[in-house]
Design a protein around this ligand. Structure first.
Ligand code: GLA
Ligand code: GLA
Length: 682
């Protein structure tokens, strides 16, 4: 069952905790005036409000929340209502200690903090369902209610006896017999053979951490358990408010790596939400990379979130300026707020929401950026920049119905593979860098404004002209066949070093690659060399020489053609890049990790050959300007963003309308200020 988000405007608003201000009604009055002024049209309420909503077990107080709904509706605003399970009240932990989480070493938490309930505890599930039912009964029919926000940033895991029992049940359902389990875990290794299901325990620093299959299954289980808890949470909501869509706020892209969220398989979780939303906190204006480089990584995270359901998504949180938890909490520079906010919209976000609308007066987040700060003023620099984005989103309304331009290029990433590769006790933990590798492959396409979808192994490959599948160390046989079918039918594929080594049970493939993988790439994998950081090989390709870093696979060429060769070491002269024709398509194997210039030159050739470069009515000078297209039924919006502290110029090749200013512009040079955003339409 899915419900659709039914709003015609871009959403602009965010987390609001009026329960902190109930003894200051004048502040709540002023907040709503400021919301109007900044074109804030939604508030996300109820996150962490359980103690206010149910101060004693079974005793509820909704008066303050009723008031917020009334105020929102009085100014035609929307409410995103959160379920409060992200932080429990003290009475609940006191009376039912089983709801407290148990740590990996077996120690049990005392009450405190947030995001730390046991997700198996029947009591916690029941208490959450009760309060969620009350919320749905009371607010389900309010016209302002547009979306459920389930809990907050699900994460972590519990290791209590209830969870161990659930893990054993999960394993029984998967393996059926202990024999199967022992085989899958290669449990004869170090005499770890299981002789009873009761012996199975989660990986632990006090016990097993070397059964790689067990480690991986535990990670899979944690995702499934979290989804199971979430499904229990939403039961009363589905029952009472079937037309109100449901989301939970995902995470990702945090500094320094801008890594995809690691602990939960969002490709799985996303199947259970109606619309994806996420919390975006790039550290703009840092000192170790250019704004454009961070913009590339942030673009990728937005594409990841859009690709989870292949549809528009929401920014559920972002900061109006600084946060309080980056290693250094720098304020955004003037213009950066608009730049970063509209970048998200350019990639398919239909909401720019903030953490937080009103800064909390005390406790750990009192200095986190907010729309309304301790100054209680609408005259701050930050407030004015937020209000500017609010106005932009109003002006952009005609683009609300559009979607990010369909991609011809897909990059595959996979959670099982990421976890397995990181746990593989091989190569170098310093340099595996799966996500960094995805970013390096993505970079060319971002710099050339070629749309990319980030897909899972479950996705259909056939919509894409080019599929890139880097470092696919753990690959199921089913997926090897999917790749072969895709190429045989005319698709083009790029794979890299460290591919196809283990099956989905984390057992090595015997006798070389699975046949389908061998057929598709037309090479035979031999071995991977892990280089020390100061060691390099070189590759001669495209009449140039490129440096090889970190990893070099050697392959023997079978039906493939060799396009580049290694220059050094015992494998000098052997193939470093191959091309194989398989059915109607082609497959390239990039055997080495190279300097970025190699990928740039390689993908430039493929982009020309496969017609991947978009035709745009705007020409740019260099890669620090990004052009993203949102479109529908022939109407296109070109988001042109200058990710640089220096001015830039683009050339419009026909007369266009600039949507944010409403001005018509003739063909010719258009000046962009530092961090500037222009949105053009025909
Ligand atoms: C030691 C142990 C072996 C094996 C090797 C691996 O020598 O005795 O069992 O673990 O290390 O290098
Ligand atoms: C997360 C949480 C919020 C808040 C912000 C601070 O996104 O969901 O409650 O703590 O971080 O940046």
């Amino acid at each position: 069952m899915t419900a659709k988000l039914n709003v015609s405007d871009f959403l602009h608003g965010g987390d609001y905790n009026p329960e902190q201000w109930l003894d200051h009604p004048e502040i709540i009055d002023q907040d709503f005036n400021f919301f109007k002024e900044a074109n804030i049209n939604d508030v996300t309420v109820g996150i962490f409000s359980w103690a206010q909503l149910e101060p004693e077990e079974g005793k509820f107080d909704f008066s303050w929340l009723d008031d917020i709904f009334d105020r929102a509706e009085a100014q035609n605003g929307h409410v995103i209502l959160a379920t409060p399970s992200g932080a429990k009240p003290r009475w609940l932990a006191d009376k039912y200690p089983e709801v407290l989480r148990t740590n990996e070493d077996g120690s049990k938490n005392i009450f405190g903090e947030r995001h730390n309930h046991c997700y198996t505890s029947p009591v916690y599930r029941q208490k959450v369902q009760e309060i969620n039912r009350k919320l749905a009964e009371r607010y389900g029919h309010r016209k302002s209610l547009i979306l459920w926000h389930i809990s907050n940033e699900f994460g972590g895991s519990c290791y209590c006896d209830l969870c161990q029992g659930a893990f054993r049940d999960w394993l029984k359902a998967k393996y059926h017999t202990l024999d199967n389990l022992n085989r899958a875990y290669w449990a004869k290794f170090w005499s770890h053979t299981y002789t009873s299901w009761d012996q199975v325990h989660s990986p632990s620093p006090l016990g097993d951490q070397t059964l790689l299959g067990l480690n991986l299954d535990w990670k899979r289980f944690v995702t499934d358990r979290t989804i199971d808890f979430y499904e229990a949470e939403i039961k009363p909501l589905r029952e009472l408010t079937p037309n109100i869509p449901i989301t939970t706020n995902f995470m990702g892209g945090n500094p320094p790596e801008s890594h995809v969220h690691y602990d939960l398989d969002y490709q799985k979780f996303a199947q259970h939400v109606d619309i994806v939303s996420w919390d975006s906190y790039p550290n703009w204006a840092n000192d170790y990379e250019s704004t454009a480089h961070l913009a590339m990584k942030t673009a990728l995270m937005n594409d990841v979130m859009r690709s989870l359901k292949h549809q528009n998504y929401l920014i559920m949180e972002s900061t109006p300026s600084q946060v309080n938890w980056h290693p250094y909490n720098r304020a955004k520079l003037p213009g950066m707020h608009q730049m970063g906010s509209l970048q998200q919209v350019a990639h398919g976000a239909d909401a720019v929401n903030y953490f937080q609308l009103h800064q909390s007066r005390g406790s750990s987040e009192m200095f986190h950026g907010a729309v309304i700060t301790h100054q209680l003023s609408d005259k701050t620099r930050v407030f004015k920049e937020v209000a500017q984005v609010g106005q932009d989103l109003v002006n952009l309304k005609p683009a609300k119905v559009t979607h990010h331009q369909a991609a011809k290029v897909a990059i595959v990433y996979d959670y099982d593979n990421m976890w397995a590769l990181d746990d593989s006790r091989n190569y170098s933990n310093e340099t595996k860098k799966y996500w960094r590798t995805i970013q390096e492959h993505y970079q060319y396409f971002w710099e050339h404004d070629i749309p990319v979808e980030l897909i899972s192994t479950q996705d259909d490959l056939t919509p894409y002209t080019l599929v890139i599948d880097p470092m696919h160390f753990m690959m199921s046989e089913a997926f090897t066949e999917k790749l072969r079918d895709y190429v045989q039918q005319g698709g083009h594929l790029v794979g890299t070093y460290m591919t196809g080594l283990v099956d989905k049970n984390f057992l090595a493939y015997l006798g070389g690659w699975p046949k389908a993988l061998h057929d598709v790439y037309g090479v035979e994998f031999q071995e991977t060399t892990t280089l020390y950081p100061k060691q390099h090989n070189h590759v001669a390709a495209f009449d140039k020489t490129y440096t090889v870093n970190d990893y070099a696979d050697t392959v023997t060429v079978d039906t493939a053609q060799s396009l580049a060769t290694y220059q050094d070491d015992f494998f000098a002269g052997s193939s470093a890049l191959t091309k194989n024709t398989c059915g109607k398509g082609t497959a390239y194997y990039v055997a080495a990790r190279t300097e970025e210039a190699f990928l740039e030159d390689f993908y430039d050739q493929l982009a020309d050959e496969f017609g991947l470069k978009p035709e745009l009515p705007i020409e740019k000078q260099g890669p620090t300007v990004s052009i993203q297209v949102r479109e529908k039924a022939g109407q296109q919006f070109f988001f042109v963003i200058n990710f640089s502290e220096k001015p830039a110029t683009v050339t419009t090749t026909k007369s266009l309308t600039e949507v944010l200013s409403g001005q018509n512009v003739a063909a010719g040079a258009q000046a962009l200020k530092p961090f500037d955003v222009k949105v053009y339409t025909v």
